[in-house]
Design a protein around this ligand. Structure first.
Ligand code: ADP
Ligand code: MG
Length: 316
């Protein structure tokens, strides 16, 4: 069978079945990070993500410095998604011929900038040549007080579904890049959101310190896909009010001009790296957030205000 038929998540399931589950007390495959209990009332969080030239970025378009930032940021975002504090990172690079020291220095400057922002130094890695394109793998370690990390599996019916910021900017930015749209202020802002996502580490830690916050993850594939992970892991459904999805002025402006569907980009575009979380009504987190719907009994995801269904980004 072609791997395409399994899809990304079917493939991960197949690997999980073949290799076996995590030991008792350890959270393994299936959430934003693995969670390993430590002595002294702490948990270690581990996450890893790969960026491949051609699949995740175009070498000729993204400045090396921003690629360095983004490679770190998408990984720190998974620590944020559990509510953890980043501790350190490991960077492995497969580099093809044709790159120069200027590119490398730009990349490492951007990587460092994001690492400093998240308060976690680079602690190791690996460097090799690549016969194909640039291949970047980052692993980040984080920590959290025992029992504090927020999983995908703890949403309960009645919870409010919330996000920490506007959605769709990154997806809009990708369209600007791919379609060669002129980069005026608004279009340029979307491209910046695509190339320089800000990991919501501070917000994640604040949300994990708020008792009514139940489940959490980061939005990497678009909430149409990512929310389904929370629903599946929690055994619940959800109703999302499409009119309440936060959209930036820049996205509205560029979409109006180009004839693009802003809502579709917001739900399916991916790579916004905002946090998606659910909380008991009456909870008052100390971060900026937008309520977009609620968790329901049953298993359905209903888009209130739209007569179509939405699917997120698929890697296969
Ligand atoms: P995220 O978008 O948060 O990085 P992914 O969708 O990439 O999460 O992965 C979902 C889960 O599957 C994570 O727990 C991740 O560690 C795990 N996973 C992904 N690919 C593999 C693999 N090749 N082997 C083992 N686990 C994997
Ligand atoms: Mg994630």
């Amino acid at each position: 069978m072609d791997l395409k038929e399994l899809g990304e998540f079917g493939l991960i399931e197949r690997i999980k079945e073949a290799v076996g589950g995590a030991p008792e007390g350890v959270l393994g495959i299936g959430d934003d990070c693995a969670v390993l209990p430590q002595a002294g009332g702490m948990e270690t969080l581990v996450t890893t993500d790969m960026l491949v030239e051609g699949s995740h970025f175009l070498r000729d378009d993204i400045p090396a410095r921003l690629l360095g930032w983004k490679s770190a940021a998408v990984n720190f975002s998974d620590i944020a998604a559990m509510g953890g504090r980043p501790v350190g990172s490991f960077l492995s690079l497969g580099l093809p011929r044709g790159l120069d020291t200027e590119w490398m220095d730009g990349f490492t400057a951007g990587y460092r900038e994001c690492s400093d922002y998240c308060g976690a130094p680079l602690l190791g890695g690996d460097t090799t040549t690549s016969q194909a394109g640039i291949c970047i793998n980052v692993t980040v370690l984080g920590e959290c007080a025992s029992g504090r990390s927020r999983k995908r599996s703890d949403a309960v019916p009645g919870d409010l579904v919330c996000v920490t910021g506007p959605l769709g900017d990154s997806g809009g930015g990708l369209q600007v890049i791919l379609k060669g749209v002129e980069r005026d202020a608004a279009a340029g802002a979307l491209v910046a959101r695509h190339y320089r996502p800000v990991p919501r580490v501070r917000e994640g830690m604040a949300l994990a310190a708020t008792p009514g916050v139940h489940s959490m993850m980061d939005i990497s594939d678009g909430i149409a896909s990512d929310l389904r992970h929370i629903l599946k892991a929690s055994g619940t459904g959800a109703e999302i009010r499409t009119a309440d999805i936060p959209l930036s002025a820049e996205l509205r402006q560029v979409c109006a001009r180009q004839g693009w569907d802003a809502l579709d980009l917001a739900l399916t575009g991916g790579e916004d790296y905002e946090l998606l979380f659910t909380m008991a009504p009456g909870t008052e987190p100390t971060v900026t957030y937008y309520v977009i719907g609620r968790i329901t009994e049953g298993r359905d995801l209903v888009w209130v205000g739209s007569d179509r269904d939405y699917l997120g980004f698929r890697h296969f």
